[in-house]
Design a binder for this molecule. Structure first.
Ligand SMILES: Cc1cc2nc3c(=O)[nH]c(=O)nc-3n(C[C@H](O)[C@H](O)[C@H](O)COP(=O)(O)O)c2cc1C
Length: 188
């Protein structure tokens, strides 16, 4: 059976640039035999972590909050590769993406994080032509720190500038990069 790739999209625009990059990664991964599932975080009920510590009690698996993260935890646990696609909002990744990532806290224990050893890829879209001025570098740095902390493997980052929904499609070189990243996630 092929690799399992989970894609989480953190933009409210279902046909936006992050979704476009995500779809291209999905095509590449599927063409290389992976099983891909994409989730649009916007519109899902994902509450903020309340720091209750319930997830650190042995009586609980994952998080005690009963919301849509309960559907996503098993997907995160069973995925071989996890892709996060986000627009840059105010010089970092979107709030939808942040809520999702905060709740990964529920996957941690004294033994480490359930996401440890998994492959990750990051896809970002932003308006400013300069990745430093846009905040994309800031977001990428946050992902690098977070993934190092949970001992996961960041295998690729695809990021580019676009404003209107779907405009990123015009950047053929970037689309190819996204497709190839999908193939890589399915094969490595
Ligand atoms: C609330 C908001 C904040 C934004 N902040 C930034 C920013 O800090 N830097 C930037 O370069 N673009 C910013 N943008 C532009 C988006 O990142 C850009 O349009 C991106 O391509 C949207 O991706 P999407 O189509 O996946 O939603 C912002 C857009 C919105 C709506």
């Amino acid at each position: 059976m092929g690799r399992k790739v989970m894609i989480a999209v953190g933009s409210p625009r279902k046909r936006g640039n992050s979704s476009t990059l995500a779809a291209e990664v999905a095509s590449g991964a599927e063409a290389a035999g992976a099983q891909v599932e994409t989730f649009h975080l916007h519109g899902m009920d994902i509450k903020p972590c309340t720091a209750c510590g319930g997830c650190r009690k042995k009586t609980h698996v994952d998080c005690v909050i009963k919301d849509d993260m309960q559907k996503l935890y098993p997907k995160l646990r069973s995925a071989d590769a996890i892709v996060i696609a986000s627009p840059i909002y105010w010089f970092t990744f979107s709030a939808q993406t942040k809520l999702f990532i905060d709740r990964w806290y529920g996957l941690g224990s004294e033994e480490g994080y359930a996401l440890s050893g998994k492959k990750f890829a990051i896809l970002l879209s932003y308006a400013d032509a300069d990745p430093f001025l846009s905040g994309a570098v800031n977001a990428l740095r946050s992902f690098q720190d977070a993934l190092r902390f949970i001992e996961a493997d960041l295998v690729g980052m695809v990021y580019g500038s676009a404003s209107e929904a779907g405009e990123i499609k015009k950047n053929k070189a970037l689309m190819k990069e996204a497709y190839e990243l999908g193939r890589k996630l399915a094969m490595d």
